[in-house]
Design a binder for this molecule. Structure first.
Ligand SMILES: Nc1ncnc2c1ncn2[C@@H]1O[C@H](COP(=O)(O)OP(=O)(O)OP(=O)(O)O)[C@@H](O)[C@H]1O
Length: 339
């Protein structure tokens, strides 16, 4: 549905050139919730805003259902934008319009009839559970309620795609969860594809199907949310994952215990956690295992178990045991000792 081909966005200021988006190619499928993760300045907002041409790309193509929107005339682009909703970190509501007035606004711009606008506004207020706030002004709402209005407004013209620019970054954890649940419901019930940018891996863990990690204008790694959590490849991705699945071991467990021991992290996915894999390893190889850490997280509905073991035995046996675990689990990684 959305395909970015060799997309770049460069900003020129007086004495420097910033490659905010640097030759990115990416496909986002219909019905997906796709997360773009990166630190501040990585280029996430620039990339997201190229998808609806709020930023004009310097080069490359943005295909929406096969149409290159970088080539559209202004009237065609305006029409297309009605099929792409957007929500913002700071909500961007119109202060002197009521909640209903904010939701009605994009429909007024699109030239819908009064009756149609009234019906749709009532429907959307119900969807975001704010029917009792129709005549209230934004200043009287909490942050979570403001974002619900932002979401209703973004859905007013029945978009196929919703772009979310750090939609929960200004909200507390409980409100974040309720907004993420609403986005998940919109995706599942209305079939709307969602592209969101975030620096919070909790958001990815809760709702994203697939993720791209962005750094210095480039995509450095992509995968399903589960792959990214279970088996991050790049250092920056590992940093993001560890911010959520922090494994804190006491210092004495991390210091070198001699030649015959090593620490390994093993990740189990879904049903694997129910198989006696560690038991098989202990029976098939001459190693001993001491559990130092265990936790189970849910990446949406898929359980992921993370275990840290201290493995003892001859080097050759340990290597065979680790190769076995690597084959049988979602991922096995040696954790280096610190001296
Ligand atoms: N209009 C602009 N003019 C000049 N430079 C810009 C402009 N917009 C963004 N940049 C620069 O482009 C780079 C990427 O910015 P962008 O806002 O896209 O990143 P981001 O990952 O969304 O970060 P943040 O989360 O802080 O917004 C940054 O170095 C930023 O300073």
């Amino acid at each position: 549905m959305v395909e970015l081909i060799e997309l770049s966005k460069t900003y020129q200021s007086k004495n420097k050139t910033v490659h905010a988006v640097d030759n990115i190619s990416l496909k986002i499928e219909n019905g997906e919730i796709f997360g773009i993760v990166g630190y501040s300045g990585a280029g996430k907002s620039s990339l997201l805003r190229c998808i609806n041409m709020l930023e004009k790309p310097t080069s490359g193509q943005v295909l929406i259902d096969g149409t290159d929107i970088t080539k559209l005339s202004l009237p065609d682009l305006r029409r297309l934008r009605q099929s792409i909703g957007m929500i913002f970190q700071h909500f961007n509501l119109i202060a002197n319009r009521t909640v209903a007035g904010n939701i009605a606004y994009p429909m007024e711009v699109a030239g819908k009839s009064k009756a149609e606008i009234a019906n749709r506004t009532a429907e959307l207020l119900e969807l975001v559970e704010l029917s009792d706030k129709a005549n209230v002004y934004p200043a009287q709402l909490s942050g979570g309620q403001k974002q619900r209005v932002g979401i209703a407004r973004a859905l007013a013209n029945d978009p196929k795609l919703l772009l979310c620019d750090e939609a929960t970054s200004a909200l507390d954890p409980k409100t974040t969860r309720s907004i993420l649940n609403l986005l998940k419901r919109i995706n599942q019930q209305l079939g709307i594809s969602i592209v969101l940018i975030t620096h919070e891996m909790e958001v990815v863990k809760e709702i994203c199907h697939r993720v791209a990690i962005m750094s210095e204008g480039k995509i450095v790694e992509t995968g399903t949310a589960f792959q990214i959590f279970a088996n991050p490849q790049e250092e920056i991705t590992k940093g993001f994952v560890n911010s959520v699945l922090d494994i804190q071991l006491p210092a004495h467990l991390l210091t070198d215990k001699g030649d015959n021991k090593q620490l390994i992290k093993v990740v189990f996915k879904g049903k694997e956690a129910e198989e006696p894999i560690i038991d098989s390893m202990l029976r098939n190889f001459s190693v001993k295992a001491n559990f130092l850490h265990a936790r189970i997280d849910y990446i949406q509905d898929t359980p992921m178990g993370v275990f840290v073991l201290e493995l003892a035995g001859d080097l050759a046996e340990r290597e065979r045991a680790i190769a076995f675990l690597d084959r049988e689990t979602a991922g096995t990684e040696v954790i280096p000792y610190v001296s």
